[in-house]
Design a protein around this ligand. Sequence first.
Ligand code: 0O2
Length: 209
Amino acid sequence: MKPDQIKEWSHFFLTYKFALDEVETKLNILNEEFQFIHDYNPIEHMKTRIKTPESLMTKLRRKGLDISLDAAKHHIRDIAGVRVICSFSTDIYHIVEMISMQNDVRIIEVKDYVKNPKPNGYQSVHLIIEIPVFLTNRTEHICVEIQIRTIAMDFWASLEHKIYYKFDERVPEHIQQQLKGSAAMIDTLDRQMLELNEEVQRHRAQAHE
Ligand code: 0O2
């Protein structure tokens, strides 16, 4: 690659970093204000990542697209990604609602794998959003993928991801079945934790009456 092209690609990735910084700030503000009002924080923790150039090239090739800035900008929507981890499944939808209410955020797509889990058991809500990034001489609209899930769903997804790559994407049938079984247990656990929390909230409310 020529030095000019390297500079262009570096600038391209930088705009995604800016978009990620903005989204992270927005989520921190929402979490902090929610905590102030409700005495409870919907976000347990967050992880952000920018796709590596290698991983972006692989995805472009896999989709049969040119290795170009234009193709990356228009067809790859998870170059910048935020993973938001919540304690309870209801928090997921609080966060979706709060993000949707922001005037400068355009929701491009919502994939609800919590209401409709993937066949392998994967649960998470994915949002593709677009936000404006104000640069020195122009405004760019940048896509960011937000994955929102509970701690338990995240535990499952991290392990499943490792297994998937360990078996070079050909996971033996019995392991697939075990993963599905664990996903069902995760679902039960999440429901029980939610009920427990609701019970605790009721007790707290009564104590304050
Ligand atoms: P990485 O390394 O995490 O970035 P698209 O991105 O639209 O071309 P797709 O599959 O239609 O591809 O999008 P989808 O369903 O929104 O999934 C995108 C991301 O969600 C994946 O990114 C994973 O991070 C996560 N994900 C989706 N399905 C699964 C799953 O079954 N198990 C686990 N552990 N994670 C999943 P990447 O690019 O595949 O990987």
